[in-house]
Design a protein around this ligand. Structure first.
Ligand code: NAD
Length: 693
């Protein structure tokens, strides 16, 4: 055995040199790793070994680039290209032995081996697109040469981690090794290469699969069209597609590589990738709670109770059934319970690729009941009844009498004071907010709301549980609307004001849609139903909503709301709504004015950032990036713009936001009063990102 450097060693197995990489935790391509690989392959080449196997220790093959080194000044070490050339040009067969994940730069290295052997549990992919990037070390040119253009398009724009058995079928893996026997299998494969004099396959020189796509631009046109909605607003998918186009249309591998490098540079220096890389860390950071250390004991959750089988209760229950946790759902009346369970079943049956036996398995984990006493053996009970303090207090009093000691009592309230709810129990330390978003089986965000007396182990349990059910958690403190809805109310207020000053709902929606939200506030209201909280008997035509609801324009479900809808639920601007708005403006004695798109955007977003700062200064969010996590996952904020607080820095930071808020305040008053923290940051010349430390 020869030690090459701190992370690489060269071993011998008969005629085969085995280059072993060990750079915990995931063998990422740091400068040390690159240098070790370079020197290792050189030493193996110079030895009398007849073939070389590259294998990794620990839990995975090279999992990818070392993203902590992105943007850092390069150290004078071997580049990835040097390593790749050394492998591809080796006169001895090079075999990559893959376990764990070979992603991004990891797969780009493996693609320079002449052959790849993998265990079935391994996964391979080029996920750079998720960071707003493309694989910049030849991956865009090599992958289509191996798997063909269509598969490469799909893999690179989705970033999907392809399981090894599928990769084997695609030709990306040459042989599957028995689990736990990777090294033996790779060495045997290497010996076979030598014995059978197998060709040294250089992927870069194999153009057969590209030829099949030459002169067929429709492959790309159709792919773009089919994915237009998914890719809307993002730069990276298009750049990935262009690279594959270049592989097909240029005359040589080197030309394609040059195009890859050019497009990579554009993405790397652009704002979108910066936002997406920031966001990647933000999401991980959100799990860290300064006074709740990682080793805080957690409570075991083996059985869950959900109170209320309405819109939220049903979706919440599905999350737990999906991971095999039994759920008891309690309703007030049989018909509501039956309806709730039927909706859950329908949701399962309608989900893509649903197998009947899977649906049955999940449904069998759900037990409906009309008796809260059935919660007695639950470890966690989540309340999702009507949003009324008197009702919540009443049910928490009852839950306190029923739940076993140590059970967590959670509320899904959107706005109400959790401390007040906790105070009716004798165990406020066990009470917490678990604020899911609608539809609760789909939306990624879980706002975990910490009450004044919530136990640390209860917080830790909720945060860990979120991960288990596939959610992204962010911690909030008790305040009206917590982080997300509190900021949203700023935007909603401005949206309503804007239409009473002369903008139309479709103008406001268009600006926010173009910004990257899936829909604007008025389209959203139409989808949710304008009559949530509207009571016919009390309606006196005093607000636009009253007028719309009274005309039975209660949203998409009635075929009309702010918009008119055709039979396919396609929205069109409505003459009725326009007249109703104008009538209100005239009645108020004001004159409608022309409002620019710029004003719509600024009035929608600047007050939100300002509110974010109030949330931070009150200690209701730990850090600015947690706010961004809430907005990206709960409200459709485009991830390529990082989140409202990141965006605030992008458009000029606290000084610029303050200047705008002051200008609006002078014209429009207190709604734009700058938060003291905004003034402070601006005075100190700081950025919003400084609140992340
Ligand atoms: N709908 C959303 O988008 C959304 C999003 C996040 C949070 N929330 C919150 O979730 C909670 C529930 O909202 P929803 O939209 O599911 O309401 P919903 O009206 O669809 O469902 C509430 C259900 O609770 C049942 N219920 C009421 N009192 C009960 C009691 N004492 N015992 C048993 N069942 C009872 C009702 O029969 C009803 O089926 C509210 O606090 C709401 O603020 C809603």
């Amino acid at each position: 055995m020869t030690e090459i450097n701190a992370v690489t060693k060269l071993e011998r197995d008969g005629d085969v040199a085995v280059l072993v990489l060990n750079s915990p935790p995931v063998n990422a391509l740091s400068s040390n790793v690159r240098q070790g690989l370079y020197d290792g392959f050189k030493a193996a080449g110079a030895s009398d070994a007849k073939a070389i196997v590259l294998i990794c220790e620990g839990r995975t093959f090279i999992a990818g680039a070392d993203i902590t080194e992105f943007g850092a000044p390069g150290k004078p070490t071997a580049s990835l290209l040097d390593v790749q050339a050394m492998m591809e040009d080796s006169p001895k067969p090079v075999i990559a032995a893959i376990h764990g994940t070979a992603l991004g730069g990891g797969l780009e290295v493996a693609l320079c081996a002449h052959y790849r052997v993998a265990v079935p549990s391994a996964r391979l992919g080029l996920p750079e697109v998720a960071l707003g990037l493309l694989p910049g070390a030849g991956g865009t040119q090599r992958l289509p040469r191996v798997v063909g253009v269509e598969t490469a398009l799909e893999m690179m724009t989705s970033g999907r981690h392809v399981p090894a058995p599928e990769a084997h079928k695609l030709g990306l893996v040459d042989e599957l090794a028995p689990e736990g026997k990777l090294r033996e299998a790779a060495v045997a494969f290497a010996n076979k290469c030598v014995a059978e004099n197998k060709p040294l396959v250089k992927i870069s020189e194999n153009n057969t699969k590209l030829q099949a796509a030459k002169g067929k631009p429709e492959i790309f046109a159709e792919f773009r069209k089919a994915n237009a909605r998914k890719f809307r607003g993002f730069d990276a998918p298009e750049a990935n597609i262009k690279c594959i186009e270049a592989a097909v249309n240029t005359n040589s591998f080197e030309e394609g590589l040059a195009e890859e490098r050019r497009l990579f540079g554009g993405l790397m220096s652009g704002a979108q990738s910066a936002a997406q890389r920031y966001y990647f860390f933000a999401e991980r950071q959100a799990n860290k709670i300064p006074d709740v250390p990682d080793d805080t004991p957690i409570r075991e959750i083996k059985k869950v109770g959900v109170l209320g089988a309405g819109t939220m209760g049903g979706g919440i229950s599905m999350n737990f059934a999906n991971i095999g946790i039994p759920v008891t759902i309690v309703e007030m009346q049989k018909d509501a319970l039956d309806r709730g369970l039927a909706t859950i079943r329908k949701n399962y049956e309608r989900s893509r690729g649903a197998k009947p036996e899977e649906t049955e398995k999940r449904m069998s984990l759900l037990t409906g009941s009309l008796d809260m006493n059935d919660f007695a053996d639950c470890d966690l009970i989540i309340e999702a009844v009507y949003e009324r303090m008197d009702i919540k207090k009443d049910v928490f009093k009852k839950l306190d009498g029923i739940a076993k000691p140590g059970a967590i009592l959670a509320t899904n309230t959107s706005y109400l004071n959790i401390d007040e709810i906790a105070a009716v129990t004798k165990r406020p330390q066990d009470v917490i907010g678990m604020h899911f978003f609608s539809p609760a089986n789909v939306m990624k965000l879980l706002e975990v709301v910490r009450g004044e007396k919530t136990g640390k182990d209860v917080i830790a349990t909720a945060m860990k549980l979120a991960k288990k059910i596939g959610k992204v958690a962010a911690l909030a403190g008790v305040c009206h609307g917590f982080i997300g809805n509190r900021m949203l109310s700023q935007r909603q207020r401005e949206a309503q004001k804007l239409i009473m000053e002369g903008a139309m709902p479709w103008d406001v929606d268009r600006v926010l849609y173009d910004f990257g939200f899936p829909m604007g506030p008025f389209a959203m209201s139409d989808l949710a139903g304008l009559d949530i909280g509207w009571v016919k008997e009390n309606s006196k035509g005093e607000t636009l909503r009253d007028v719309l609801c009274e005309a039975d324009r209660r949203g998409q479900k009635t075929g009309a709301g702010y918009y008119d809808y055709d039979e396919n639920r396609v929205a069109k601007p409505s003459a009725f709504t326009e007249k109703a708005i104008n009538d209100f403006i005239v009645k108020s004695g004001a004159n409608p004015r022309k409002i620019s798109d710029e004003e719509i955007l600024e009035r929608s977003i600047y007050p939100m950032i300002n509110e974010g700062l109030k949330i931070l200064e009150e200690g209701k969010a730990i850090r600015a990036s947690d706010i961004d996590v809430v907005w990206v996952n709960g409200y459709g904020w485009p991830v390529y713009r990082g989140g409202p607080m990141f965006y605030g820095d992008l458009i000029g930071g606290p000084a610029k936001v303050l200047e705008k808020m002051k200008a609006f305040e002078a014209k429009m008053g207190d709604d734009f009063k700058p938060a003291p923290l905004l003034e402070k940051l601006a005075a100190e010349g700081k950025k919003f990102a400084d609140l992340n430390k």
